[in-house]
Each structure stands twice: as structure tokens, then as C-alpha cells.
Design a protein around this ligand. Structure first.
Ligand code: FE2
Length: 566
């Protein structure tokens, strides 16, 4: 067994040889002592080999805040950054080497003890990646087992774990970018967040240790946004107030952007004011205020398969008749968009009132589902379990991506210059659940195709479906709201249904709409959460916050700091 000393040379590769001496000798000489959260070294004798079972020690060198290894993409964190309060439960209080340096056992402030593979510690270090956050060398993984941890120490009041790697006896590293001997520093809070996922638990935290159990990786990628699913409040029309966000603040304030995306999960609808007018109302200009705004605080909207622009436009007097969906005089029942598209890519729906003012309406699909679950449980199960098919052939655009009259026949001879049809089909239940939580509502009566509802379920299902459609129009659930010119209404299209706006007689109206995919919104929220964490705790920087699963990041971000938990 190796006991790891506190003071190791800051850069070992190619420099002084570490000094080693037998454990028994060290103990007799008082060479290594763990004192509370740290261990000390006192004048060990010089030995240059490390037989198995010996304590590894190295000359005592004061920590150097500026130490840096040229081969490392990231400079170790400045030691001064650890002077901020640490989360008490994640501070390191003990470290021990095992299996000839093949594993490292650490104890945290909550008394939990975990054993880590040294290879995992090496492989997972931010030092393995460059400033592009990609691994520097694809072949390093081939020699990862050739290194062992020869020494380690707890630094910065338990805020970091300093590791000294050396080449294992008989090992070689022909492909490694790292020298035979080198050092590394790992953030304790980062290591603590990883421990339940990759460590072998030797001792559980004490019973009263704060913090929730780590989120499961069972669902795969996961999502910080989905962490908010349990914080949602279903709303009826009488409860709902359209929250407003100022466009100019949203463009620049990351905290506000994070709040906005949280609001899209917790409530699901909001209005963005102060967006301003387009330069003109022509097709190439009318969408620019919306495109610019959404890009500034989330990212680019998704691209339609054929349409020239990533935004669609609905006008009171269109030049081409694009069918019922684009006819403002045609009443639409409450619905979700993108029901036709496999997987419902449109997660956030943005609708910009470029001209005119109207009254429109929204309803909370979560509230509808909850109402049916409580009062009509049999119908609820059918809406959850029976899959409907939404399908159509899109003939709305030319191959140049311009709107076209849908009644003009498409022939082989003019398919290139006139219509450019494409097929759409999506089979899904109205209510999609994951881990017991409603994650998506998909329903649009005009897009409903021919559905394979089994014979024995058809009567009951259609009864449940008609209940859903009726309740979606029920004033108890539908909230009418005033929608001024040059404002944007945003809905969580996986939750909130919307209807056709009422345009007063004589009012010219032009509305621009577009969508942001869920993965774009999720990863923007992840980035904004990382930025907030960096601001709150300077010991955390992108080196620690990037490249980790959402579940580990969620645990990392939820760790209270020592200063706030005292
Ligand atoms: Fe719609």
C-alpha cells in the first residue's frame, strides 16, 4: 500500500527523481502523518526505487501557484482560486494509494470513501484535452494502463487532489503525449461529483449528509432542463399571467436567458417585448428581428427541409394560397406544432408579430393531462398508450424555397421549378411519458393522418380523443391574451397548445414563426448553467464543467459551497 505525501514536486518529469522509502521506516521516523485534512512529510531518506508496498515520498517543495506543464493544455488552476469556501461535503480529507498505485482511495467531507482507478483519473483529467476541448491525441488511450500514481497529496484546504504519475514498472508509452513522470491536480468538488458514478464506494456518507442522491444515467444523455420537470406547475386559464421579458435585456444578460429557459419549462409560455420592427415587410427582411433575437440568446432556429428561410410567414393577404394552415380566416383548434415531424423537433416555438395586433390563445397541455388523469383515468391511459399517426405531403414550397399555390398541380416536368414536395410522418401518443413524468404533448387535429388504432380500442380511444379535443377548447383551460405588434410569443411546444389568433376586420397582419430544437435549448441552458457556476465559484472553470454527463454536471452544480452551508 502507498501512503501519499502532501508535498510533491510541482513538475516531476525530467526533473529531480522522487525520493522513496519503506512504509515502516517512514512510520518509525514520523515521516508521514495525516493531520485532519492534510498529511505532512518530515525529512525522508533518499531512495530511488519504489518496491511494491512502499510509501512514496518526494522532496518537499512548497506549492507553486504558477506551475505549468508545457505538455498540458490547461494550466492547473491558480491555487489562489481555492481560497474560496469549499463545499463541506466535497472537501478531501484523506487520500491513499492502493494496488501499487493502480487505484486511489479518497475520503470526502461527508465521510464517504471512494476508490478510483488511477487510469480513470488520468484518462478523465482536463489535461488530456486542448483548448478546443477535444482530446489531444487519439492514441493515448492505448498506453493509459502503463501509468500508476506514485504519490498524491491534498492541497488547498481539501479543495484539490495533487497527483504524481510515473511509468509503471515495465511500462512504456510510445504514443503518449505525456512524459514518463508528470503531475496533475484535480478539483475536489469535481471528483466528489463523479464518485458515485465511477468510484467504488468503501464507506457511505454519514446519515445526515446534505444533498440528494445522484441522478441516474439510465435515461442516457439526460438534460439540465429536464431537471426542472418536477418544478412545473400546471395552470388553468384563471391562474395564468403571460410573463414578459425585454428583448434587449435577453440579448445580453445570461442570467435572464437562463431564467427565460427555466420559465419555458416551469410555465411554458412567455412574451418578449421591445423586439422592434423589421426594416420592411418583404420576405428577406421580415424575419430578421426574430432571427437575430433568437440567435443572440439561444441559437439558430431549425431549418425547414425546403423553405428558403428558417422562419415561416403567415399573412392576411398572401400572394400564394398555401392552404388552410396559412389562412388566417381558417379557424384552427388548439394544437401543437411539428406534430408531423418525427420526434417533434420544434421544442421552443417563436412567433413574431411583425405587423398588426391580435388576440390569441394558449392552453397548458400538462394541466389538461392532469385533469384527465384525475377525473378520467381510463381515458388518460388511452391517450398515453395509443399512438396516433400525423402525416401529410408538404407541397407548400418551390424548389427555390418560395411559397407556392398548393392547388397548382405538380408534374414531373415542372417539379424542379415549381413544387418540391416532401413526405412527413410521425407516429406517437398524445401524451409521452418518461420516468413517470409527462415530457411531451403532441396533438393537432388537422394534421392527424390515418391511424392504426386497434379494433378493440377504437371506440374507447376515440371517446378519449374527443374528450381531449373538447377540453383543449374549454375556457377553464384556454387563456386568451392580447398580442401587440413587434412582440414575440414563445411557447414550449412540447407542453403548451396554441390556437388561431383572432384578427379584427380590416387589420393587416403578418406573423413570423420559427422553432428551436430541444437539444439546442438544452445545451444552451447547460452552457448558461456552467457560466453561472463559474461566477458563483471561481474554483470551477470550463476545465471541470465541460465534457461531463448532464447527470454529473447536475450534481456538481447543486453542490452548496462551504460558505453558504455554514
Ligand atoms: Fe400552430
Amino acid at each position: 500500500m502507498l501512503l501519499f505525501s502532501r508535498a510533491l514536486p510541482s513538475i516531476c518529469h525530467g526533473g529531480r527523481a522522487p525520493r522513496y522509502f519503506p512504509a515502516a521506516a517512514a512510520a518509525a521516523a514520523g515521516g508521514f502523518r495525516f493531520q485532519n485534512s492534510s498529511c505532512t512529510v518530515s525529512s525522508p531518506p533518499t531512495v530511488h526505487r519504489t518496491p511494491p508496498g512502499f510509501i512514496a515520498a518526494v522532496p518537499s517543495v512548497p506549492p507553486n501557484p504558477t506551475r505549468q506543464t508545457p505538455e498540458q493544455g490547461f494550466a492547473p488552476l491558480p491555487l489562489s482560486s481555492f481560497s474560496y469556501g469549499h463545499d463541506r461535503k466535497s472537501v478531501l480529507v484523506r487520500c491513499t494509494g492502493l494496488d501499487g498505485g493502480r487505484s486511489v482511495e479518497v475520503e470526502f467531507g461527508d465521510e464517504s470513501v471512494y476508490r478510483f482507478h488511477s487510469a480513470w483519473l488520468k484518462d478523465s483529467s482536463p489535461n488530456s484535452v486542448g483548448p478546443d476541448f477535444y482530446r489531444k491525441k487519439a492514441t493515448d488511450v492505448l498506453s493509459i494502463e502503463n501509468f500508476v500514481v506514485a504519490g498524491a497529496s491534498i492541497e488547498n484546504e481539501g479543495g484539490s487532489l495533487f497527483l504524481h504519475y510515473r511509468l509503471a514498472d515495465g511500462g512504456s508509452h510510445p504514443s503518449s503525449i505525456l512524459p514518463p513522470s508528470y503531475t496533475d491536480t484535480l478539483n475536489a468538488k469535481w471528483l466528489y461529483s463523479w464518485a458515485p458514478y465511477v468510484g467504488q464506494q468503501i464507506r457511505a456518507p454519514f446519515a445526515g449528509a446534505p444533498g440528494a442522491p445522484p441522478p441516474s444515467l439510465a435515461s442516457g444523455t439526460g438534460s439540465l432542463l429536464d431537471d426542472l420537470l418536477d418544478h412545473r406547475t400546471p395552470w388553468a386559464s384563471s391562474d395564468f399571467q403571460m410573463k414578459e421579458f425585454d428583448a434587449q435585456v435577453l440579448r445580453s444578460d445570461k442570467e435572464m436567458q437562463k431564467e427565460f429557459l427555466s420559465h419555458m419549462m416551469i410555465t411554458g409560455a412567455a412574451m418578449i417585448t421591445n423586439v422592434g420592427p423589421p426594416r420592411n415587410l418583404e420576405r428577406d427582411e421580415i424575419a430578421k428581428p426574430l432571427e437575430s433575437l433568437v440567435f443572440d440568446f439561444v441559437g439558430k432556429m431549425n431549418q425547414h427541409p425546403v423553405r428558403k428561410h428558417n422562419c415561416g410567414v403567415i399573412r392576411t393577404n398572401p400572394s400564394e394560397h398555401q392552404g388552410a394552415d396559412y389562412d388566417m380566416q381558417n379557424p384552427l383548434s388548439m394544437h401543437c406544432d411539428h406534430s408531423l415531424y418525427h420526434g417533434t423537433p420544434g421544442f421552443l416555438q417563436f412567433m413574431y408579430q411583425a405587423q398588426g395586433k391580435v388576440t390569441s390563445r394558449v392552453a397548458d397541455g400538462l394541466a389538461l393531462a392532469e385533469h384527465i388523469r384525475i377525473h378520467h383515468p381510463d381515458k388518460f391511459r388511452l391517450l398515453r398508450d395509443v399512438k396516433l399517426t400525423y402525416a401529410s405531403r408538404n407541397v407548400l414550397y418551390t424548389k427555390d424555397g418560395k411559397p407556392r399555390h398548393v392547388s397548382v398541380p405538380i408534374s414531373e416536368s415542372n417539379a424542379g421549378s415549381d413544387g418540391y414536395p416532401f413526405e412527413l410522418v410521425h407516429t406517437t401518443p398524445i401524451l409521452t411519458f418518461e420516468n413517470g413524468r409527462l415530457i411531451k404533448v403532441v396533438q393537432s387535429e388537422t394534421k392527424r393522418g390515418v391511424c392504426a388504432v386497434p379494433f378493440e380500442l377504437y371506440p374507447q380511444f376515440m371517446e378519449a380523443y374527443r374528450l381531449w379535443v373538447s377540453l383543449a377548447e374549454d375556457p377553464r383551460f384556454v387563456k386568451d391574451f392580447h398580442w401587440p405588434e413587434h412582440t414575440v410569443v414563445v411557447t414550449n411546444n412540447w407542453r403548451v397548445l396554441h390556437g388561431r389568433a383572432v384578427v379584427a376586420p380590416g387589420v393587416e397582419r403578418k406573423m413570423v414563426f420559427g422553432y428551436v430544437n430541444k437539444w439546442v435549448a438544452e445545451n444552451r441552458f447547460r452552457y448558461l448553467s456552467q457560466c453561472a457556476a463559474e461566477t458563483a465559484d471561481p474554483s470551477l472553470n470550463p476545465a471541470w464543467l465541460c465534457r461531463v454527463p448532464n447527470q454529473v454536471l447536475s450534481r456538481l452544480l447543486s453542490s452548496p459551497r462551504l460558505s453558504s452551508s455554514q
